[in-house]
Design a protein around this ligand. Structure first.
Ligand code: GDP
Ligand code: GDP
Ligand code: MG
Length: 314
């Protein structure tokens, strides 16, 4: 592991602390307290699993596996029981796969256009700053488009993030039409041969129909410049919102004719990080990036192997 990887892993571990304590910690304490697998044990285990947001189906499957194994293999003590259960937990987490493991993923088309959507406050603008920073560190040129023209402050906030990341930004000057900003951004990136374009969008929901129309228009207008744009539509979901986040993903997906991935933010602020499993299972949409803090280097490529290690390392 390189020095930078080590820092990243420490951030991941720290960021997952609450979930680790709520899930792995509680399960271990339950085993130590009861030491025997009976119906009561299993129902308490189920409660812990559900409270960590891993989802009902996953919890049921996990408990089924544990029942089966304890009937088949005779375990001799608490330590063995503990490792058996940790083993099964690890297995379900490891099933949550992601296609790539670095920010240097193949951005075959140039410019590679990423549109960011999601409701207010989930962390879109922050994640765009972090994404830009990481792409830049991976050697790519980045242009950000500030197509959240709804709030005046949104533009300033994104500008600050662009400065921190050291990348260019296209802002709305004399228009409040987000599609126009997106158009200008893509056009400029095409002219300058930029590698990656990231488009910020508004997320207010007070008029949902209008928001969805606006997002569709942004997509349509970018396609005038680059016919297969956007190459990615990432929905940002706040991990502390649970089921609500899944409903949001469905709505945005329906309106936009599909999404390509999830940026799951604020994992550091929740004990319910099991939502990663639930989302992957129920949405059939990969979690691509996770946010584990508010700093610029607090966005990580989601990699189930590191996730499992961070959750289960003693
Ligand atoms: P937007 O409305 O979707 O653009 O959301 P913002 O990017 O403005 O973020 C809303 C708030 O969430 C800000 O205070 C961010 O600092 C915070 N935030 C975003 N991502 C994370 C994260 O991964 N961890 C934590 N703790 N806070 C985050
Ligand atoms: P439609 O909504 O798909 O019918 O597309 P329009 O042709 O009406 O364009 C929609 C929006 O895209 C316009 O309001 C502009 O914001 C933007 N747009 C389209 N073409 C251009 C262009 O040449 N320059 C700029 N700046 N914006 C454009
Ligand atoms: Mg924003």
């Amino acid at each position: 592991m390189s020095f930078l990887d080590k820092i990243g892993f420490k951030k991941l571990k720290d960021g997952l602390f609450k979930t680790k304590d709520n899930l792995v910690g509680k399960v271990n304490r339950l085993v130590n307290a009861r030491g025997i697998i009976d119906d009561e044990f299993l129902s308490e285990l189920e409660e812990i699993l559900i409270s960590s947001d891993i989802g009902f189906d996953t919890a049921e499957a996990l408990i089924g596996n544990i029942k089966e194994r304890t009937q088949r293999d005779k375990y001799t003590g608490q330590e063995e029981l503990n490792s058996l259960i940790n083993d099964e937990l690890k297995k379900v987490f490891a099933e949550t796969t992601s296609e790539f493991s670095t920010f240097d993923f193949n951005t075959g088309s140039k410019p590679y256009i990423i549109m960011i959507v999601g409701v207010n406050g989930v962390g879109k603008t922050t994640s765009i700053g972090k994404l830009a920073y990481n792409f830049k560190n991976a050697g790519k040129s980045v242009l950000i488009g500030s197509a959240d023209t709804f709030r005046a402050a949104a533009n300033d906030q994104l500008e600050i993030w662009a400065k921190r990341a050291g990348v260019e930004i296209i802002q709305s000057t004399n228009t409040s039409d987000p599609a126009s900003v997106a158009f200008d951004t893509v056009k400029s990136a095409a002219a300058k041969n930029t590698d990656v374009v990231i488009i910020d969008t508004a997320g207010r929901l007070h008029n949902k129909a209008h928001l969805m129309e606006e997002l569709k228009k942004i997509k349509r207008v970018m396609q005038k410049v680059i016919p297969d744009a956007p190459h990615e539509i990432f929905i940002v979901i706040d991990s502390t919102t649970g089921q609500n986040g899944l409903n949001q993903a469905k709505e945005f997906s329906n309106a936009l004719g599909g999404l390509t991935g999830i940026i799951l933010t604020k994992l550091d602020g929740t004990a319910k990080g099991g939502i990663v499993l639930k989302i992957n299972r129920e949405m059939n949409l990969p979690v691509r990036f996770i946010g584990v803090g508010e700093q610029i280097d607090d966005l990580q490529v989601f990699d189930s192997k590191s996730f499992v290690e961070a959750m289960f390392e003693k």
